[in-house]
Design a protein around this ligand. Structure first.
Ligand code: ADP
Ligand code: MG
Length: 292
């Protein structure tokens, strides 16, 4: 039978906006020694600002900056990725989807669409490589969306994400609460990933990962774990569902997170606040009467 203190624990957690999907989960939570994070939307707001546009030098391409954003916004119009939503917002006009005839979203890379008969690709270096386009690596400070039109490089848009106000303290709190290791897994560039991790105080960072790479990284981390120690993964995206279910404990951001992530998770943070993870661990240990 389930001890009464477990019900108190689940109730106490829910009053803090922490949804624990079962009594056995409290026990796993109390043994978490490694916390692995997704970056975008989990440790950062995932609401990007457009910082700069860069046209390609090639003057044969008549697309100007407005055109570049317009193409990107139309190509991204069916995507629910935070980058896509931010580009649509920056464009600011109603999107005429009739102009788009084909759309293909490549998870962890970007989108390819046909707009007015032209093939438009918007995404990262990996996406450009996959269509045989050389992308410029002139900008490192920010998340970059490269745009190619009919397999010719057309320019890029530099986006800036903001670290959540509570992220750094949340990591400190985890380390104080007996968590031994914090890790970040992201599909974003090495430069952005490392800068974000060092600002937040995350121990280890792996970047440029495809969704499948995140699962195999997590499996490596699981293998390294000692005895009864548990590994938690915290994420928000559709892409995160496989990693959330693979971890000993899946924690999803509930407010902005995808339905797939919320479904796959064991714990849901209703207000997307990473500081609630340390709180959840403490609640679980209290109800299991673990002193650390
Ligand atoms: P994260 O691991 O940070 O949550 P994702 O796995 O969702 O990120 O995406 C990884 C990278 O793939 C992004 O940083 C971006 O470069 C690119 N990307 C993914 N989806 C899109 C999209 N819809 N438009 C443009 N770029 C995208
Ligand atoms: Mg994400």
């Amino acid at each position: 039978s389930i001890p009464l203190s477990f019900f108190a624990g689940i109730g106490g957690a829910s009053r803090e906006g922490i949804l624990v999907k079962g009594a056995n989960i409290l026990e796993t939570l109390s043994k978490v020694k490694t916390v692995v994070f997704d970056k975008t939307g989990t440790l950062t707001e995932g609401v990007f600002e457009v910082n700069a546009f860069h046209d390609h030098e090639d003057k044969d391409l008549e697309e100007n900056k407005t055109k570049l954003l317009e193409y990107a916004a139309i190509a991204e119009s069916s995507s629910s990725h935070p980058i896509a939503k931010s580009l649509q917002r920056a464009y600011g006009h109603k999107i005429d989807r009739d102009r788009m005839s084909e759309l293909h979203e490549v998870s962890g890379q970007g989108v390819i669409a046909v707009i007015n008969g032209k093939q438009v690709a918007a995404g990262n270096e990996k996406l450009m490589k996959s269509i045989g386009v050389e992308s410029c690596n002139c900008h490192k400070a920010g998340t970059i969306v490269h745009i190619a039109i009919d397999s010719r490089y057309a320019g890029h848009i530099v986006l800036g994400d903001v670290i959540k106000a509570t992220s750094a303290n949340a990591i400190k709190d985890l380390h104080r609460s007996g968590v031994i290791q914090t890790v970040m897994l992201t599909g974003d560039s090495k430069a952005v990933a490392e800068q974000t991790a060092s600002q937040i105080g995350i121990d280890k960072v792996y970047s440029q990962l495809l969704p499948a790479d995140k699962v195999s990284r997590l499996e490596d981390i699981l293998k390294e774990e000692n005895g009864d120690d548990k590994v938690a993964f915290v994420g928000d995206g559709i892409n995160d569902a496989p990693v959330l279910s693979r971890a000993d404990l899946g924690i999803a951001m509930g407010a902005m997170g995808s339905d797939a992530a919320i479904e796959a998770a064991d714990v849901v943070l209703m207000d997307d606040d990473p500081a609630k993870i340390g709180k959840a661990i403490r609640i679980s240990r209290k109800c299991l009467r673990i002193v650390w």
